[in-house]
Design a protein around this ligand. Structure first.
Ligand code: DCP
Ligand code: MG
Length: 354
């Protein structure tokens, strides 16, 4: 049996803003983009959540729900710094740390001897240390696997701890609504509800064969998850090799100019995605993807270290002229330097700049 802790900071960006400006305490606060620029909410504090505001909601809608909402522009540097401080605390307990975002990580503490190996006491100590040194609260879940640890960290949020021991798994999952399972989004939950499946106990009455027939390969996965079975390892060196965003247009784009005009918006989205990664990632290539109206696709890449719009325009121009027909999808992305190959890549980067 493994011992997994899932840590997740409470209303992370908003918590950092309240920490750095105590005048915000007790008031509804959101971090996000300007309503006049069609911005969205990145997150909000728990006072603001009472008004129905949540992540990814358009800012103008949030302001309509709560006119006294205090809106703050994100300060990614401050969030990254807090994230690194948390990471350093985690490292005192294990090397098996898998960050999921700036404020969230799985820790496998099976081999940690602190607190006589009690994952519960380790989690409590981690929470207390983060509160003392970073000055924000973190919720944690402790369980024998990733699936259950993640559900547990959400159970007593905010500033909460929830533990699921091996002997509690069966009772815990029986009551568990299927929509709490990671990977069961709104549409799958509706599909399951139509089959009269609401809890994991309901799921457990189905055979693997039946679930696979109804739901495809995820059906087999649900067979396991509904029993609290999850063999996934905490993957300490899972690194992204690239990040990209793309858009399929409701109406094809009929000229290079029309494609160019979509670039700023795509690059803005890409920038947002990049800002959520920690700062150990270094860009080494830029690429574009173009899918034409005949469904053929092409990509173009070049070296680069910044989201340079002029460079993307050149890539797009070349890719577009390969076919010179209407475009149904555009994508932009970057690839990263492989950390293990860092030295070699640094040398070639130097050449590129020379
Ligand atoms: N974030 C974002 N856009 C989203 C979701 C999240 O920019 N659609 C950012 C802001 C969050 C941070 O990522 O502060 C962490 O995401 P979480 O889902 O953990 O949300 P919070 O930490 O804000 O709230 P919770 O207390 O529910 O964990
Ligand atoms: Mg969080």
């Amino acid at each position: 049996m493994r011992k997994i802790i899932h840590c997740d900071a409470d209303c992370f960006y908003a918590a950092i803003e309240m920490r750095d400006n105590p005048a915000l305490l007790g008031k509804p606060v959101a971090v996000g983009g300007d309503a006049r620029r069609r911005g969205v909410i990145a997150t909000c504090n728990y006072e603001a959540r009472k008004f129905g505001i949540h992540s990814a909601m358009p800012t103008n809608r949030a302001l309509a729900l709560c006119p006294s909402l205090i809106l703050i522009t994100p300060r990614m540097e401050a969030y990254r710094e807090a994230s690194l401080q948390m990471r350093e605390i985690f490292q005192d307990y294990t090397d098996k740390i898998e960050p999921l975002s700036l404020d969230e990580a799985y820790l496998d503490v099976s081999d940690c001897s602190r607190h006589k190996g009690s994952a519960t006491l380790i989690a409590e100590e981690i929470r207390a240390r983060i509160k003392a040194s970073v000055n924000i609260t973190v919720s944690a879940g402790v369980a024998p696997n990733k699936m259950l640890a993640k559900i547990a960290s959400d159970w007593n949020k905010p500033d909460g701890l929830f533990v699921i021991t091996p002997s509690q798994i069966d009772d815990f999952v029986k009551e568990l609504p299927v929509k709490k399972i990671h990977g069961v989004g709104k549409s799958l939950a509706e599909k399951l509800a139509a089959l009269n499946i609401h809890t994991c106990a309901d799921l457990q009455t189905w055979t693997v064969f039946e679930l696979t027939k109804k739901l495809g390969s995820f059906g087999a996965r649900l067979f396991e998850l509904s029993r609290g079975i999850d063999y996934r390892e905490v993957n300490g060196n899972r690194r992204r090799k690239s990040v990209s965003v793309e858009n399929t247009f409701s109406q094809d784009l009929h000229s290079l100019e029309a494609c160019f005009s979509e670039l700023p918006n795509l690059l803005k989205k890409l920038e947002l995605r990049l800002s959520r990664l920690d700062n150990s990632y270094q860009i080494n290539k830029l690429f574009v993807k173009v899918k034409f109206t005949d469904f053929t696709a092409t990509t173009m890449e070049r070296s680069g270290t910044l989201l340079d719009e002029a460079a993307y325009r050149e890539l797009l121009e070349t890719a577009y002229h390969r076919k010179h027909i209407a475009v149904r999808l555009l994508g932009v992305g970057v690839t990263f330097i492989d950390r293990d190959q860092n030295v070699i890549s640094q040398l070639s980067l130097f050449d590129d700049n020379a």
